[in-house]
Design a protein around this ligand. Structure first.
Ligand code: CA
Length: 237
């Protein structure tokens, strides 16, 4: 392990005493300083008072849930990377968490090694440049701030509208979206004009060409009679 001058401080906000004890042990073994809070309200206070380098935040907490806590912290300008712990493996939770300002999420029960790897990756990222919540679906990565898009090592150059479309599809990954839903989200101002035209299909075709050409496994799928879904190839294996 690398020598670190100042060990990073991690605040664990989790109401299960057993899990707090486990996280404390695992993280301390890795050389981190650990603080903990047992409910959303005291987690919020501790985060603001102690300014930890990273937060591990449970979703289901007494008093204030993890989504509310992270939203409030981001509103107050706190940028520390945050890993959400969710008991539910639902996409909607992940999306809500990431939209609330979390950087990553882990579904319970998780492997301690996996947790440590995520923590390290988040700290590495926040140390190199300002905190950026990247969107990731399989090997597809979108940076909402720099607007860089990569699939694996390959950069993907998108127009403004294609970017907006992909951003929406990635935030709703694994969910089948109707043309009407896509149209109202991506062509917001002109949704009335969009209905009845094939503009969604046209842009999906543009995007599909850029995303899936040169790859054996497509990510952008047509769901006949309904619409489209973005799904990483590993889900199909
Ligand atoms: Ca809980």
């Amino acid at each position: 392990m690398q020598a670190v001058a100042h060990p990073a401080t991690i605040l664990v906000v989790e109401d299960s005493p057993e899990l707090v004890a486990l996280l404390r042990r695992v993280l301390r073994e890795q050389g981190f300083k650990v603080r903990s809070a047992r409910d959303g309200e005291s987690g919020l206070t501790s985060a603001l008072d102690n300014q930890p380098d990273l937060l591990i935040l449970d979703v289901g907490l007494p008093r204030r849930d993890g989504f509310e806590v992270i939203q409030e912290l981001r509103r107050k300008g706190m940028s520390a990377p945050t890993l959400m712990l969710t008991a539910r493996a639902q996409v909607s939770d992940r999306v809500t968490g990431l939209e609330s300002g979390a950087d990553d999420y882990l579904v319970k029960p998780f492997d301690a090694d996996e947790l440590v790897a995520r923590v390290r990756a988040l700290l590495r990222r926040s140390g190199t440049k300002g905190r950026v919540a990247l969107l990731r679906v399989g090997d597809l990565v979108l940076d909402p701030v720099t607007r860089d898009v990569h699939r694996g090592d390959r950069p993907i150059i998108l127009t403004h509208r294609e970017f907006a479309l992909l951003d929406y599809l990635m935030r709703r990954a694994r969910t089948t979206l109707t043309r009407a839903e896509i149209a109202s989200q991506v062509w917001r101002q002109a949704s009335a004009d969009v209905e009845g035209t094939n503009i969604v299909d046209v842009y999906i075709a543009y995007l599909r060409k850029k995303l899936d050409t040169e790859h054996d496994e497509p990510m952008l799928h047509t769901v006949r009679g309904i619409g489209y879904v973005l799904r990483p190839p590993e889900d199909d294996m």
